[in-house]
Write a protein that binds this ligand. Structure first.
Ligand code: ZN
Length: 285
């Protein structure tokens, strides 16, 4: 299944993207895609609901806004420097263990919402990433069992303010958490829709110029390892998001000099089987 949420920001309703391309209203199912939904076997119940109701459910008009593909989760855990080609390009050693950081959940946005360059920002940058959505509470999970805790996958752009991330002291979280810095979607694809999460091409363009293009095969630590690893340090709750790191080609790494986003810039990105996003940058107002 492909789960979507549509409507005005903060007032989204749950829906489904059907295989024939129709978007249907699933509010008749009676639950949003939140922690209680994922933790309460919601995917199986939703599949049963869709079997009986998809044909007669109201269709959502094509011009209705897509919101983030899940309701605000308890946390977004991100993985840094997790692509071998990115580490190589940066001249950095392969990390011996995953590098973890958080992103605020208030940074979540719809996949095609404008990205707001925050007040005072000079170095707003992009990062196409595969996001993993947790389906079952995970604490001290083995790698062998890890995939049983995955609900599905989504496309994520891990927007980053590099000065605040790297030059303002402390942790990366300051540069990762601004409003609109986590567009998620267009849809959440359930785990069965992705045959191999380590064989997906991903790409990102700015103003039509391809900046990132790689494959999740380049990940140093794969999805199975990451879910297990993170669960040794914290409990992952249903609906939590793990963003698995970005390949080379971010603005900070461009030669001969870095490029950062300006108002009006158009960012487009995609992952095999997980759809595409498009954001226009605008100044904070
Ligand atoms: Zn990232």
């Amino acid at each position: 299944m492909k789960l979507i949420r549509t409507g005005a920001s903060g007032h989204e309703i749950p829906g489904l993207l059907l295989s024939d391309g129709r978007r249907i209203d699933a509010s008749g199912f009676g639950a949003d895609y939140d922690e209680a939904f994922f933790g309460g076997d919601g995917l199986a119940r939703l599949a049963a609901w869709a079997q009986a109701n998809a044909a007669s459910a109201p269709v959502i008009a094509p011009d209705v806004r897509l919101g983030p593909c899940l309701a605000r989760p308890s946390k977004i855990v991100c993985v840094g420097l997790n692509y071998a080609d990115h580490a190589k390009e940066s001249g950095m050693p392969i990390p011996p263990e995953p590098i973890l950081f958080f992103k605020s959940t208030t940074s979540i946005a719809g996949p095609n919402d404008a990205v707001v360059i925050p007040r005072g920002s000079k170095k707003t940058d992009w990062e196409v990433e595969l996001a993993v959505i947790i389906g079952r509470r995970a604490s001290y999970v083995s790698e062998a069992d890890a995939m049983q805790h995955v609900a599905g996958y989504a496309l994520h752009n891990d927007y980053s303010e590099r000065e605040w991330q790297l030059e303002r002291g402390g942790q990366w979280v300051k540069g990762k958490s601004c409003d609109t810095f986590a567009p998620l979607g267009p849809f959440l694809a359930t785990r069965d829709e992705v045959a191999d999460p380590q064989a997906l091409k991903l790409w990102l363009s700015v103003n039509g110029v391809r900046r990132q293009h790689s494959t999740t095969a380049q990940m140093i630590f794969g999805v199975r390892q990451l879910v297990s690893y993170i669960s040794q340090f914290m409990t992952l709750l249903p609906g939590d998001v793990i963003s698995t790191g970005t390949p080379p080609g971010v603005g900070l790494g461009l030669k001969p000099q870095p490029i950062f986003l300006q108002p009006g810039d158009v960012v487009e990105l995609g992952i095999d089987g997980l759809g595409t996003q498009r954001q226009v940058a605008r100044a904070y107002a």
